[in-house]
Design a protein around this ligand. Structure first.
Ligand SMILES: Cc1cc2nc3c(=O)[nH]c(=O)nc-3n(C[C@H](O)[C@H](O)[C@H](O)COP(=O)(O)O)c2cc1C
Length: 185
């Protein structure tokens, strides 16, 4: 049996990521759980940010940001960047993170993160509580150990998922895209 509940934001699991933004003069890092892939050609993703965030201000100013994935060892940083504002602290300094120069955007990437996605905002969708930035992925830097040949190969269990308000470990591969269509019987 299932019961009716009040409609709310329950989609899970989702990625929780560190979004770095700004330029050489002012930069920030914000934890974002409301991020998603939205287009393949060109590759695009979205993030939803409240207008009150310092990061929102910087993204509006530059029209750019970098989505950085965290591995399990970076859990404290992932949470920490989501509970303080860049208006009050320099999160790069607070969490001993290094600003990495990007190739395609002026926003800094986070050197310690295994994967950084450089994004340029193409559309801004004004919603009630959040603003959704739809952005084109213009650059990608990945930890060498996560590249096999020319392909991205993220090791099982190295990323976390976010389920409601919990950070959850990911486990082992239990299937691959389209495996049900490929089997013989
Ligand atoms: C796990 C987690 C997920 C979050 N997801 C979002 C989000 O999707 N959008 C958002 O606007 N704020 C989100 N936040 C809150 C911001 O990260 C937080 O308010 C942060 O301190 C804002 O920093 P800033 O003022 O430097 O931008 C999240 C926080 C945490 C801990």
């Amino acid at each position: 049996m299932k019961k009716q509940m009040r409609p709310t934001t329950v989609l899970a699991p989702v990625s929780a990521v560190l979004v770095s933004c700004g330029d050489e003069k002012a930069s920030d890092i914000v934890t974002i759980a409301w991020a998603g892939t939205v287009n393949s050609e060109p590759p695009m993703l979205s993030i939803s940010v409240r207008r009150s965030r310092y990061s929102y201000e910087l993204i509006c100013k530059t029209g750019e940001f970098v989505v950085n994935l965290c591995d399990l060892s970076q859990l404290e940083i992932l949470d920490g960047c989501g509970v303080v504002s860049g208006r009050d602290v320099d999160k790069f300094a607070k969490f001993a993170l290094t600003r990495q120069k990007c190739t395609h955007v002026q926003a800094p990437a986070i050197e310690q993160c295994p994967l950084s996605i450089e994004c340029v905002v193409r559309k801004t969708v004004e919603l009630e509580t959040h603003v959704m930035f739809i952005a084109e992925i213009v650059g990608l830097t990945v930890r060498e150990e996560w590249i096999s040949g020319e392909k991205l190969q993220i090791p099982d269990g190295s990323l976390m998922a976010y389920v409601q308000n919990r950070y959850v470990e990911t486990g082992k591969t239990v299937g691959t895209y389209g495996f049900t269509a490929k089997r013989k019987n």
